[in-house]
Design a binder for this molecule. Structure first.
Ligand code: NAD
Length: 472
């Protein structure tokens, strides 16, 4: 069978096996780490606004229970299928391990195009899906904790937590049944932008290694690097925003209905404002429209950021990709064979299961907040502020020089929830990249980042099994 023809789930398995071959874990343990533990396949009726009945198909896959709860987003997409859900659940297991988030992996999908349903219909679908998950114990703060993914956001998470709450009235930790909620409903500040912020931290780390940049004819740092972004949803918009704030130049953005291009760079906030007003980016003034949206991926640039869906860069278009770095913000955007061909050409691929882990990292913080029933920073903010002021005032006395009030305030400032969340996210992304890079070095740089990331995940999952005495 040609590698091109294998399914998404088989591709994830193939990547795992490639890394496993470089370790000496027993084959049975590798098999346990590879397989999907359980998949719940559901069909339920939806009464549409016009009174007609439609049958909706949905899934929840729990890939690994080596740590619990399991965790992973819920996507709304008409192309979703069981194989894809299982592949994404597996990626979640490996992703959580890579960034030291103590969860197993899971994923859910509802096979609909959310644009084809009214808000009231989407609410009915989401609440019924949640009901089905509760009925089969596929959701709960200590069991399985969903989050937003493609086609879902804080609104859907709010419906989920409300349904869960109303059906489990006395559960103390009910708010922890789902993450990515609105802040007013137990969400955490910084979650909405977390994946995109993490993508930017990951790219910054990758661009900080001089030898990796030099071999590709680039200087270190994001500043001045040209980028093309595919998908302008949650991950694409926030990745673009933070890359631009770090000095990167966003040359083009590709959406499902067309791409826009400006060789001088696009103003991300202006594109976002235009999209909000006109429901499309394709009419954005001051940019050239590329009607065949996939062609945008072939533009000359330093960094290509696919942030929409899987299987966007395949053997069909890989040879025309000119980017020197591919930053996989989406899950599975580059097929295994295309990745092999691109890596052989010297393209640096920053793998999805590391790069887009910012979302699950901050989801973990949200879950911790829900279990502890207290906002991060609430106990220490004022205390730290007062201590800092005392230090600064002592400094003033010792030096005889006074510190300006606004400077005093900005230095003394105690951490807010969002400061702590962003600091934890940055530390996680930096630390995980360095661990992956050390594994590459251990293999004398003969393996790519994806393979090193899989080895990192394998080592941590195997260790978790060992601790539980399952594979002594
Ligand atoms: P989203 O629904 O907010 O945005 C997706 C965007 O892609 C939309 O604007 C959509 O119009 C666009 N799109 C659809 N088809 C396209 C095409 N053919 N070409 C170009 N654009 C297209 O979804 P999201 O949450 O941003 O997720 C995007 C990817 O990131 C998915 O692979 C998801 O699994 C992954 N991801 C998301 C998160 C998260 O926190 N949201 C975390 C980790 C990974």
């Amino acid at each position: 069978m040609s590698i091109q023809k294998i399914s998404f789930n088989e591709q994830v398995s193939a990547n795992l096996k490639r890394a496993a071959a470089l370790t000496d874990y027993p084959p049975g343990l590798i098999e346990q780490i590879r397989i999907c533990n359980s998949v719940y396949s559901i069909q339920f009726p939806l009464k549409r606004d016009d009174g007609s009945i439609e049958v909706i198909k949905a899934w929840r896959a729990e890939h690994s229970h080596h740590r619990t709860p399991v965790k992973g987003g819920i996507r709304y997409n008409e192309h979703a299928d069981q194989d894809e859900v299982m592949a994404l659940a597996a990626l979640m297991t490996y992703k959580c391990a890579i960034v030291d988030v103590p969860f197993g992996g899971a994923k859910g999908a509802v096979k609909i195009n959310p644009r084809a349903y009214s808000e009231a219909e989407l609410e009915r679908i989401t609440r019924r899906y949640t009901y089905e998950l509760i009925a089969k114990k596929f959701i709960g703060p200590g069991i399985d904790v969903p989050a937003p993914d493609y086609g879902t956001g804080a609104r859907e998470m709010a419906w989920i937590v409300d349904t869960y709450n109303s059906m489990t009235t006395s559960e103390l930790d009910a708010l922890g049944c789902v993450t990515g909620k609105p802040v007013a409903q137990g969400g955490i500040r910084g979650r909405v932008e977390a994946t995109g912020r993490g993508v930017c931290f990951g790219i910054r780390e990758a661009c900080s290694f001089e030898e990796d940049m030099k071999t590709r004819g680039m200087k270190t740092g994001i500043e001045g690097k040209t980028c093309v972004v595919q998908g302008f949803g949650n991950v694409g918009y926030h990745s673009s925003k933070f890359i631009q704030e770090s000095g990167g130049v966003i040359l083009a953005i590709a959406e499902y209905d067309g791409a826009i291009y400006n060789p001088k760079g696009l103003d991300i906030e202006a594109v976002d404002a235009h999209r909000k007003e006109h429901k499309t980016i394709t009419t954005f003034p001051g940019a050239t429209l590329i009607k065949n949206t996939l062609e945008a991926l072939e533009l000359e640039c330093d960094i290509l950021v696919p942030a929409a869906l899987e299987n966007q860069i395949t053997m069909e278009n890989a040879s025309r990709i000119k980017a020197k770095i591919i930053a996989e913000a989406a899950n599975g955007p580059v097929t295994a064979d295309a990745a092999e061909a691109l890596t052989a050409r010297g393209v640096l691929i920053i793998p999805d299961m590391y790069l887009n882990a910012g979302g699950v990292t901050v989801s973990y913080f949200e879950w911790l907040k829900n279990l502890s029933h207290v906002r991060f920073g609430r106990m220490e903010k004022r205390f730290e502020e007062r201590s800092n002021i005392q230090i600064l005032q002592t400094l003033e006395k010792m030096t005889g020089k006074s510190i300006d009030t606004s400077m005093m305030r900005s230095i003394a400032h105690g951490p807010d929830e969002v400061d702590l969340v962003n600091s934890g996210l940055e530390d996680t992304m930096v630390e995980a990249y360095r661990q992956i890079r050390v594994i590459q070095e251990r293999h004398e740089m003969k393996i790519d980042l994806r393979c090193a990331a899989f080895i990192s995940a394998l080592e941590k999952i195997a260790y978790a099994y060992e601790l539980r005495g399952i594979f002594p």
